[in-house]
Structure formats: C-alpha cells, structure tokens
Design a protein around this ligand. Structure first.
Ligand code: SAM
Ligand code: SF4
Length: 508
C-alpha cells in the first residue's frame, strides 16, 4: 500500500507524518485504531488475514456501545473521516468527543449520518485533492438535508473558497479554531448554511472534556499546537497557526485520568513537540514534562513526536537515560543531507549540526531507534545534493524513514522558487532513496534475530495464536502465542524472522 508521493518504508505506527489512507472514524478496526502502517505490516506477514484491536475485555472488537451519545437524547448522527497525520487523528478523537457530549451518535457510513465531517490534510497536493473528490460525491445529493463540514488544514487553506467549490458544505473550520467548535456547531444546528472558523491568532489550545479515543491502551495527547518554524516548503504554519503550548498541569491531569482508565502508553504530540514551553508559572521544560508524565502511576510507556532537530537537547537524552518508561525511539526529521538544500528549506540547522544531534542520541546509555522524514526533488536539488542525503542515511543508519516527493504548496515561500524538478526525476530519486533504506533495514532486522523485546500487545489475528504489538522502539512484531487473552498486556517476544519491513516472533 503506497501513498502517492510518500512511502512507508517501515512499520512505524503513530509516528508517521501522514497516513496513506483516510480513517473513517466509526469503523473501528486495525486501520483506524492502530493507525496507518499497522495493517500494512500485518497484511504482509499474515498474507492478508485481518487483525483487529480488541477492547480491554479482550478479543471483542469495539461495538456500537462505544459510540453511544453521552447525553440522553440523540440530536443526530455523525460520520467523521480523517486524513493526514496523527495530530489530525487525535483532533478527530476530540471532535468526536465534542459531538458525543452534544448528543450525537457516531455512525459508520456517511449514508446513515445527518452530519458528515471531513478532517483534512493539505501537506501535499494529493492529500488535499482527496477531500474535494469526497465532497464531489455529495454534490448530486445536496438537497437531502444532511450537513457537511470540512475541518482541518484544507479548511484553513481554502477558507470560504470551499463554499464556492462545494456549495453543499455548511461548515469550514481550521484546526486553530477548534476550541470554538461547540459554538460553530450550535450555529450549524440553528440552520446557518455558511459557518466558518478560520482564525489562527488564538492563544487557545483545543481541550475537550470528553475525547473519544480510538485505541484502548495507547492514548494521544497534543501538548503543543501550531508551529513557529518557517520551513519554506511547509503549509503547516499557515494552516495550524502559531505555536501554543498547553499548561503542564492540564497535561498531567489528563495523563492521570488516562492511567485511571487503563491506558498504559501515552504519546505526546506536536508538530515540533520538543519546542514545548510550559505557559504557566511552573515553567516545565520538555524533558521535565516527559519525566513527570512517566511518573504518573499506571503509565508504562511515554512516546513523543515529532522532534525538531534544532530544539533537540542533551537533557532529553538524559531524561530517556534516567527513566526506562520513556520509549527508546526518536523521530528526528532531517529532510535533506545537503546543507545547501537545508538552507533553501529554511531548516535552521546544517548537515553537520544534525549529525551532532545524532551523535548525542547515539551517546545514550541504551540504544535509541532513530527515524526520519526526507523530501526529494526540492527545487534546485542536484545529483550531488541527493548523494549527500544518501551518504547521511548511510552514516546515521536510520531504523525507518518516511520519504516524500516535494509537493509545491500554496502560501509557502518555496512555491516561487525556480529550478523545479520533474515528477519523473523526483520518482527516480525517491526510488534510489528507498532502495538505500531497504538495504539498511534488511541488515538491521537480520541482526535482530534471536533478540527478545517487551511488547504491548495490541492486535489479534483471526488466525489462531497470532498476535501483534509494539516494542519500546516502536517496531511492530507479529508473533505466536498459545495464550488466549493477551490484548493490552506486556509480554516478552523473541524475534524469529525478519523481512525489510517486518519482524516475526514467538512469545518468550
Ligand atoms: N514538524 C515536523 C518537522 O519539522 O519535521 C514535520 C511535520 S510535517 C506535517 C511532516 C512531513 O511532511 C515533513 O517532515 C516533511 O518531510 C513532509 N512535508 C511537509 N511539507 C511537504 C511538501 N510540501 N512536500 C513534500 N513533503 C512535505
Ligand atoms: Fe512544517 Fe517545518 Fe513546522 Fe515541521 S517545523 S511543521 S516541517 S514548518
């Protein structure tokens, strides 16, 4: 399964910048619950047999009860489809929480919904186009009384233009305005046909009293919204607005509640998660927050993504060293191995500075997996620049990469740059990059044979005795066990086989 312009070269659930698929919230299965790449690996390893995540009672998929409204009366039904990164996934969990607490019931198809929402992604052109094709599906049925809303990055990027392109849409709301969502929904419910939430000049983060989480053991928590960096190719600062950090006490209170509900793994999210600045008098640093989250009783694993190299400091590595509950995995996007290209991308670090950060992480007391994002075909990228990227990959030996063909985006400085690379050439460079990574991963995985890892079991195959889960370094291992109730448990698994993209094992 391959996303246009992007290749998922390793099974890294929850850290990927963008899903190859949209997630139709309400159809809770592997794809939705475990995020994008989970099912890819399982399919490959099991020859297509379906896996599902279960409830804490094990073995049973989430049923309709999980989607019942929190109030007595049903105001309507909603269908929510999510495109894009895990921040979008989590925003959708919160949007679903808002709707449930307003008395809506979640349904599994747009056909049976009175309110249809698309939470969109515009990081690359093809992602944005998908939303308009979805909206087109409703054009012919526009008078049937259903309310259609566009949320997220495409909403922010296109604004009121969406009403022109799809007049049957009633709500357009960017992620920076989600804190106003209850009010905006009120206007839609009152019959207003053109409701917008497009402000980005807000200090508020999107906190909800209820979040309808898709996974019963691993919970997302956004700790910082927006982005203050200005990478020349990236639409995020435009669509998500300036950086806003959430109060540390509010984060810790939510972590406590999650632990009480039985969640043992939390993943702190932000476009530049490690740029976190506690806005309260407590003034917690990011590394202090990590340690405080890990200290909450019941929490066994803490992840965080995405880290920006410029803000990645020694104290984060020290925190990982000091606290085994902090997972041994860092996602550190490099984008290019050539300083010349990094400068044009306005990435705020050079190749050498990036490699210093890698050396800092490699200096940790325990091995830490490192993954990255790389863009090929940025305007003016030469063969020599590409060779520098390949040599950097060789030097770092990444555990996984997300690779993308450069996609020109509106409202970004690189849109005006000359020396565009042809699509054909971008594809060729992408293939070269992927082949390099395939060889690196093959060697890494082969070296893991015989090793034992602790994994959190989160998937069960329809095939007997087949399970799946994640290591601390966020690798997925598909394994066999004779036990019958493993979902949500931590078990030791010995690796018995590997491909470039998968590990297979048996319970130790
Ligand atoms: N904030 C993160 C960082 O600094 O690396 C990344 C967030 S961005 C949503 C996820 C990834 O999408 C980026 O790391 C980059 O590789 C890719 N990306 C962003 N804009 C892109 C564009 N215009 N064309 C291709 N890939 C892009
Ligand atoms: Fe985009 Fe750069 Fe901000 Fe990441 S750091 S979200 S790539 S602008």
């Amino acid at each position: 399964m391959q996303h246009p312009g992007c290749v998922w070269q390793w099974i890294w659930p929850h850290i990927g910048p963008e899903s190859p698929n949209s997630k139709r919230t309400g159809v809770l299965n592997c794809e939705l619950g475990m995020s994008k790449t989970f099912d890819i690996g399982l399919e490959r390893l099991t020859g297509g047999s379906g896996f599902s995540i279960g409830t804490k009672n094990a073995g049973v998929e989430f049923g309709a009860a999980a989607f019942e409204p929190l109030q007595g009366t049903i105001r309507g039904t909603f269908f929510l489809e999510t495109f894009g990164c895990q921040m979008n996934d989590h925003d959708s969990e919160k949007v679903a929480g808002v709707l449930l607490s307003r008395g809506y019931r979640q349904v599994e198809s747009p056909e049976s919904a009175s309110l249809i929402l698309y939470n969109t992604c515009s990081i690359r052109e093809k992602a944005a186009q998908k939303v308009f094709s979805r909206l087109g599906e409703f054009g012919v049925q526009q008078n049937d009384g259903r309310i259609i809303g566009v949320l997220g990055c495409v909403a922010q990027q296109e604004g009121e233009e969406i009403f022109k392109r799809a007049p049957w849409v009633s709500l357009v709301c960017g992620s920076a305005s989600y804190s106003k969502l209850p009010e905006l929904l009120g206007q839609v419910e009152a019959g207003n046909k053109r409701v917008t939430g497009l402000d980005t000049d807000t200090d508020e983060t999107f906190e909800t009293p209820v979040t309808r989480r898709d996974n019963p053991w691993r919970a997302y928590l956004t700790i910082i919204e927006g982005c203050d960096k200005a990478c020349s190719y990236c639409v995020v600062p435009y669509t998500r607005g300036p950086e806003r950090s959430r109060a540390s006490e509010s984060i810790l209170t939510e972590v406590r509640q999650l632990a009480e509900l039985g969640y043992s793994e939390v993943q702190l999210l932000g476009q530049t998660v490690n740029s976190y600045k506690d806005p309260t008098a407590r003034g917690m640093r990011f590394s202090e927050l990590l340690l405080a989250v890990a200290d909450e009783p019941g929490i066994r694993r803490v992840r965080f993504t995405t880290s920006h190299p410029s803000d990645f400091t020694q104290d984060i590595v020290d925190a990982i060293d000091a606290q085994p509950k902090l997972c041994n995995h860092v996602h550190l996007p490099v984008q290019s191995g050539a300083t010349r290209v990094l400068r044009a991308m306005q990435r705020t670090y050079s190749r050498e500075e990036y490699l210093e950060k890698i050396a800092m992480i490699r200096g940790a007391k325990r091995p830490i997996s490192i993954t990255t994002d790389i863009i090929v075909g940025f305007p003016g990228e030469t063969e020599e620049d590409l060779a520098e990227t390949l040599s950097l990959m060789d030097a770092v030996q990444y555990d996984g990469i997300f690779s993308f063909k450069y996609s020109p985006r509106p409202h970004t400085p690189s849109l005006a740059m000359s020396d565009a690379i042809s699509e054909e050439e971008k594809s060729r460079r992408l293939a070269t990059l992927q082949e390099t990574q395939r060889l690196i991963q093959t060697a890494k995985h082969e070296a893991m044979a015989g090793e034992t890892f602790e994994i959190l079991v989160s998937g069960k195959s329809r095939r007997e005795n087949q399970w799946s889960g994640h290591t601390s370094c966020n690798r997925v291992i598909n394994f066999t066990s004779q036990e019958t109730a493993l979902l949500g448990k931590y078990v030791q698994v010995r690796v018995t086989g590997a491909t470039p993209n998968c590990l297979a094992g048996e319970q130790a």
